[in-house]
Design a protein around this ligand. Structure first.
Ligand code: CTP
Length: 404
């Protein structure tokens, strides 16, 4: 599939080991029909030579803000006007910080300030740098300004550690570019709306090797996140540990415990217009997790638990809450419990499903939902989770618009 025969992609490569993957991205973009001009920061040139990009892009590579070869010596303005999409891949922590602050002392950052084209960042860095509150804050500021973000992936890192911070695969960047190209279809039910979501289970540590968790796979939440993206929303997905690949075109904040999920949601919620809580958050956590592995000395073992904070209720109780959607997993009295949750937590909508039945609910590929709101309800018939997520997002968009 081609992106467009006339798409002009300006690719900014910043300094990081993942820069070695960028020439392949250029090749893939060109195969997809894009014309690609590459801008490199000084740090990027320490990892890959400009000549490599010149060879794969078939264009001169731009490295200097003051470029005597550019018409009127204003390379950043020329490139800013030329680009249909500006892609920053890999986007280092330092570059994200400079973009947030609005610096313009080099070609790459000046170009991002000067362009009116959509800007897509694909972060790549050490996982601790990625999880640092400064980086997370910068990203959320950029996203709230309309910058698009893809990734990062989690996994083994070049530094030998493991965690979120790997550059996503070129295919994912390509799909994100495709969605941003001029004339791209925006299905639009949630165009421009910032949707904050939670998904997956949480892990509550018992000791360094054991956790309390539940059987949530995150599949339904990830499907809802994809459907919201497809409806044009900017999505921030706060995800507990899952085995799922990060969906394209949205920002994933990876967390482990209920307390981390609470903190991540509270850091984002002021910018969100819709909050959808699909996560199966632990209701209780250990009063005092052991510092060392618990040995089996005794016949019985007693764990003392204390309640976690209810993220959904806390969001709904804010002075200016977003349109707030909760999930309810029940084994009986579905509608009755869903309505109790709606009014009890002061929500705008509850999507309830029966669990404990074969073939639906946790880890299943299909599901069915009963959706309730004040003054209405709708059953969404059993379907694969992707289709069901689409139907749910359509309903959420309708009710969100109706609320005004
Ligand atoms: N939820 C949350 N934070 C928690 C617990 C739950 O955000 N600490 C959210 C879930 O993401 C879900 C909804 O609340 O959207 C589930 O409601 P809840 O009342 O917690 O459901 P149950 O735990 O099943 O409640 P109960 O045991 O009372 O049925």
């Amino acid at each position: 599939m081609t992106v467009s025969n006339t798409s002009h992609v300006c690719l900014i490569v910043t300094g990081g080991i993942a820069a070695y993957k960028a020439p392949d991205l250029v090749r893939r973009l060109r195969e997809a029909g894009c014309e690609v001009k590459v801008v490199m920061t000084r740090a990027a040139q320490a990892f890959v030579r400009p000549l490599t990009f010149q060879a794969v892009s078939g264009q001169p590579v731009h490295t200097d803000l003051l470029d005597p070869a550019a018409e009127a010596a204003m390379g950043h303005i020329e490139l800013a006007r030329w680009a249909d999409v500006v892609v920053v891949a890999p986007a280092s922590a330092d570059f994200l910080a400079r973009l947030t602050a609005g610096f313009a002392e080099d070609l790459a950052s000046a170009l991002c300030l000067a362009t009116t084209a959509p800007v897509l960042v694909a972060p790549a860095m050490n996982h601790r740098m990625w999880m640092h509150p400064a980086t997370q804050h910068n990203l959320s500021t950029l996203v709230s300004r309309g910058v698009h973000c893809v990734g990062p992936d989690a996994g083994a890192q070049a530094c030998g550690e493991t965690g979120p911070g790997r550059l996503v695969e070129p295919d994912q960047i390509l799909s994100a570019v495709r969605a941003l190209r001029p004339g791209a279809e925006t299905p639009g039910a949630l165009a421009g709306v910032h949707v904050l979501m939670t998904a997956g289970p949480t892990y509550e540590p018992i000791d360094p090797v054991r956790v309390l968790t539940n059987r949530s796979s995150g599949k339904m939440g990830y499907a809802v996140a994809r459907a919201a993206c497809a409806a044009g929303a900017r999505v921030t997905l706060v995800s507990g540990p899952t085995a799922l690949a990060a969906p394209e075109n949205l920002r994933v904040v990876s967390v482990v415990t209920a307390a981390e999920m609470y903190a991540a949601v509270m850091a984002e919620v002021a910018n969100a217009e819709i909050f959808i809580a699909t996560a199966a958050v632990a209701d209780y956590t250990l009063e005092a997790p052991a510092d060392h592995k618990v040995k089996k000395h005794t016949e019985t073992l007693t764990l003392t638990l204390r309640p976690t904070q209810d993220i959904l209720a806390a969001v709904a109780a804010r002075p200016m809450p977003p349109f707030t959607v909760g999930f309810a997993a029940e084994t009986q009295h579905l509608l009755e419990y869903a309505r109790a949750k709606l009014t009890g937590k002061g929500l705008d909508m509850v999507a309830a499903n029966l669990v404990g039945q074969p073939g639906t609910g946790f880890d299943a590929e299909e599901n069915e939902l009963q959706v309730v709101w004040l003054g209405g309800e709708q059953a969404l018939a059993r379907a694969p989770k992707a289709g069901l997520a689409h139907a749910l997002i359509t309903l959420i968009a309708e009710r969100y618009r109706a609320r005004g």
